[in-house]
Design a protein around this ligand. Structure first.
Ligand code: UTP
Length: 295
């Protein structure tokens, strides 16, 4: 059995400062801001569980304790809900604590996403592992990270998730220079290069790197040797870029919808999208939205 056949761990970095979500994220971590009826990060953890992952490593900071607490038991609340005979709420509250094994590691200084991943090095051994950004939401029949895990298992390569973005938005993302490997049902590309936040006319494609990755443990060697970028951050993209050049990295076009909950408009859209999936709300919400739009 090859080592990528067992992908059991996911790193979920949630240590970022969340400046785009201020002032809402002043005392509440942006990953705890609700989307429809649960915190953003709960969707990510559920995606991990639904993908068959078994262990989660949160990369946190001193202000993110509420994320750990959310996935723990709250015996006082549970007792109260039991006493008030609210079995559904009790189940919803308890289930979250029982989803999956979780550990937390502190990133003591916010030195970038690459540095955050490096903080988990001692927890990852000679194995492939998932990375799921704590503010990137996917809605798809096959969970986003599972789509990448399937390709990693088949090919033995590290795999990054990409999605097509509007031409006017390429400058917000890392954009891949792709070579098509498989254009059948799941689009798979070989990554020739990643250009970080290119100008519209310099972008090699419209395929943007989004917040899902399956990486081999070799990524730590690259993370340890790359230099910080101009703003002092260690960029995950730079390490993946090196890895792509030396040993090859694949990109998979994730099938489904994605919302960057760290972005104001996308956060609002995510709320509407997930609320519309809830049959208790869909009809009323649609009517109210339509009437708001007609004003
Ligand atoms: P973002 O680019 O969204 O940065 O990070 P941010 O700091 O969270 O938010 P803004 O841009 O200031 O609004 C992408 C992911 O990487 C994590 C974040 O928590 C988020 O999940 N991250 C980023 C860390 O864990 N540590 C870091 O040093 C930087």
């Amino acid at each position: 059995m090859t080592k990528q056949a067992f992908i059991t761990k996911s790193i979920i970095p949630v240590a970022g400062l969340g400046t785009r979500s201020l002032p809402a994220s002043k005392t509440i971590p942006k990953e705890m801001l609700p989307v429809h009826d649960k915190p953003t990060v709960q969707y990510i953890v559920e995606e991990a569980v639904n993908s068959g992952l078994e262990h989660i490593v949160f990369i946190t900071n001193r202000d993110k304790k509420s994320i750990e607490d959310h996935f723990d038991y709250n015996l006082q609340l549970e007792a109260l809900l039991a006493e008030k005979n609210k079995p559904e709420l009790l189940k919803a509250v308890r289930d979250v604590a029982e989803y999956i094994s979780i550990v937390s590691i502190r990133q003591k200084q916010q030195k970038g996403l690459g540095h955050a991943i490096l903080c988990a090095k001692d927890f990852i051994h000679d194995e492939y592992f998932a990375v799921m950004l704590g503010d990137d939401l996917f809605f798809s029949p096959v969970p986003g990270i599972r789509q990448l895990m399937d390709v990693a298992v088949q090919t033995g390569k590290s795999v990054i998730g990409v999605m097509e973005v509007e031409e006017s938005n390429v400058s917000k993302y890392g954009i891949i220079d792709p070579i098509v490997v498989d254009d059948t049902d799941s689009m798979i590309y070989k990554v020739r290069n990643i250009v970080e936040k290119p100008k519209q006319h310099e972008a090699p494609s419209r395929l943007a790197v989004v917040g899902r990755y399956v990486l081999s443990d070799k990524i730590f060697d690259y993370l340890e040797t790359i230099s910080p970028s101009v703003d002092g951050e260690i960029q995950l993209t730079d390490a993946i870029q090196r890895m792509a050049q030396n040993e090859g990295v694949l990109a998979v076009k994730i099938q489904g919808e994605r919302f960057d909950a760290g972005d104001r408009i996308e956060y609002l859209l995510a709320n509407i999208h997930f609320a519309l999936q809830d049959e208790r709300l869909a009809e009323q919400l649609t009517t109210r939205l339509l009437s708001m739009l007609q004003k």
